[in-house]
Design a protein around this ligand. Structure first.
Ligand code: 5GP
Length: 114
């Protein structure tokens, strides 16, 4: 089932897009949890990380990590460090069932996460 992220991909609703390629889109989170909080998503609909298969999605995931590195540099957080997070399912607090990598940075973070 499509989510609000498909509407963002199709430019049916606005988003602050910071990166776009044929396969990947990245935009600022509407409810940022850090000075830099960007969501990096594939343009194809994959509900959760449970549906990921290395044999099928390795290149796509690689592109998402390349995007994260490029954006982190552009946002000026690459040197100080940043966090990449995929929430998967209810216990992890996944709200949008279209996989997305959270790129968080610009402040010191704690560990473990809540
Ligand atoms: P999750 O909890 O599923 O890992 O993260 C979903 C994220 O999507 C949340 O951080 C939430 O703030 C963000 N989000 C939900 N709806 C929208 C939206 O319409 N636009 C943007 N830019 N972010 C959204």
């Amino acid at each position: 089932m499509s989510t609000i992220f498909t509407k963002i991909i199709n430019k049916e609703i606005p988003a602050d897009i910071v990166y776009e390629s044929d396969n990947v889109l990245a935009f600022r989170d509407i409810n940022p949890q850090a000075p830099v909080h960007i969501l990096i998503i594939p343009k194809i609909e994959i509900p959760t990380i449970k549906e990921i298969k290395g044999s099928e999605h390795a290149v796509l995931l690689g592109e998402m990590y390349d995007a994260a590195n490029e954006i982190a540099k552009k946002e000026g957080i690459a040197e100080e460090g940043f966090r990449l997070v995929f929430n998967c399912g209810n216990n992890a607090g996944q709200e949008v069932y279209h996989i997305h990598m959270h790129l968080l940075g610009g402040r010191k973070m704690t560990w473990p996460p809540g």
